[in-house]
Every structure is written in structure tokens, then in C-alpha cells.
Design a protein around this ligand. Structure first.
Ligand SMILES: N[C@@H](CCC(=O)N[C@@H](CS)C(=O)NCC(=O)O)C(=O)O
Length: 211
């Protein structure tokens, strides 16, 4: 068994790593960090130069970037779980969906958080942010129309990877008119491994004070 240490920041994308490790049944250790108040504490820079979460010690090195970490763990330890076969026609779509959450989807969803945190006063930027969030959410809704999961209609690491971004969008109040996305999150959050990862990671709240 590999010695895996997850540097875990509360309410962050490192929750994905705990979840994938639970799905794969791997042993791991967690080092806990608290947001300070919204950002990562400076000691996370001692783990990885970016000082962000997740950072994971594995196989003698430290990896950042949740998509790379999840893909690496599934590749090394999945034994057929959480990903389609590399030779299958679905594999390209799986890779696309694995990298879409941190690639195109993540940034517009955090615009409202930065608008709030830094008191940005621009109606034009607010309108742009909302239009870009709607664009991404409409795309994910389209991908899920008639399907329970993103790839091959079975749970894969791509569903795990997109969850945090959708939870953020839900917490900010953007999922109201899109029940297909709310139902999808309910399905993902009902997984025993998801619940175990939440138990191990500590309180997880992406409601941003909206209740
Ligand atoms: N693309 C990176 C994003 C890493 C990232 O920005 N993590 C956030 C937590 S969700 C963080 O550490 N924020 C604290 C900060 O920026 O100080 C990944 O998926 O791992």
C-alpha cells in the first residue's frame, strides 16, 4: 500500500481526494488546515510552493492539482473502477470530463465569491459573470439530460471531480432552475464513500452564509 498524506483544507477541493481514496479503499493520513479566514494558511506553502489545497504526498513526491491527483490514483489503483477502459471509445470523453471542471467550469463559478470578497462594483462584470455561469451550467445540464452520470452512464472519477464546482454553484444559488443538476448532486452525495470522506474531512459547508 502506498503511503499517502493528504494536506486537507476545510471546505476545499481536497475533499475530492478524500472521496476518491475512500472510493478506492486506500489507506491515507490527513493533515488538517483551516481557512484563514477565506484563504489557505501560509504553512501550506511549506508543503507545495503554491500553498493551495489539495497537496498530496504520494510515491515520494508532492502533487498539487486535484484533477491530476485523482487521475493518477485511479490509474494506479482503480483496477477497472471509476474510469472506462483506456481502449474504449468513452475514454476520450472521460478525460475531457475529468479536466473540464478545473479547466473551463471552475473560474466563472468563483467570480461571485471574488466580487463579494473584494467589493467589486461593476454591473458589466456582474452580468458577464452570470452569463458565463449560465453557459457552463446549461452545458452540464445538457450533458446530463437523459443520463444519471457524465460518462458511459455510470459513476466515474469525472463525476467526483465536477461535484465540488456544482456544490459551489448550488451554494451560491445558481441551481434553482436546473433540477437535473440538483438531482445529480443528490445522487453523488448519497454514495457511501462520499459520506465517509465527509466524516473524515470534518465539517463541509459550501453555503457561503446563505443557509
Ligand atoms: N486547480 C486547483 C485549485 C487549487 C485551489 O485553488 N484550491 C483552493 C481551495 S478549493 C485553495 O487552496 N484556496 C486557498 C487560497 O487560494 O489561498 C486544483 O484543482 O487542485
Amino acid at each position: 500500500m502506498p503511503q499517502i498524506v493528504v494536506h486537507h483544507l476545510n471546505n476545499s477541493k481536497s475533499q475530492r481526494i478524500l472521496w476518491v481514496l475512500e472510493e478506492l479503499g486506500l489507506d491515507y493520513e490527513i493533515k488538517f488546515y483551516q481557512r484563514n479566514p477565506g484563504f489557505a494558511p501560509p504553512e501550506m506553502k511549506q508543503v507545495h510552493p503554491l500553498g493551495k489545497a489539495p497537496a498530496v504526498e504520494i510515491d515520494g513526491s508532492v502533487m498539487a492539482e486535484s484533477g491530476a491527483i485523482v487521475e493518477y490514483l485511479v490509474d494506479r489503483h482503480g483496477a477497472g473502477k471509476l474510469a472506462p477502459d483506456r481502449a474504449s471509445p468513452q475514454y476520450g470523453h472521460y478525460l475531457e470530463m475529468m479536466h473540464y471542471p478545473e479547466g473551463s467550469f471552475s473560474m466563472p463559478v468563483v467570480f461571485p465569491l471574488f466580487i463579494g470578497a473584494f467589493g467589486v462594483k461593476s454591473d458589466a462584470f456582474q452580468a458577464y459573470a452570470e452569463s458565463q455561469i449560465a453557459l457552463q451550467l446549461d452545458y452540464v445540464s445538457l450533458l446530463l439530460t437523459g443520463y444519471d452520470y457524465l460518462v458511459d452512464n455510470r459513476f466515474t472519477a469525472a463525476d467526483l471531480q465536477i461535484t465540488f464546482i456544482l456544490q459551489t454553484a448550488r451554494g451560491l444559488g445558481f441551481l434553482g432552475a436546473r433540477p437535473v443538476l440538483g438531482d445529480y448532486l443528490d445522487r453523488l452525495e448519497a454514495r457511501p464513500a462520499y459520506k465517509k470522506a465527509i466524516e473524515k474531512g470534518g465539517p463541509f459547508d459550501l453555503s457561503f452564509g446563505r443557509g
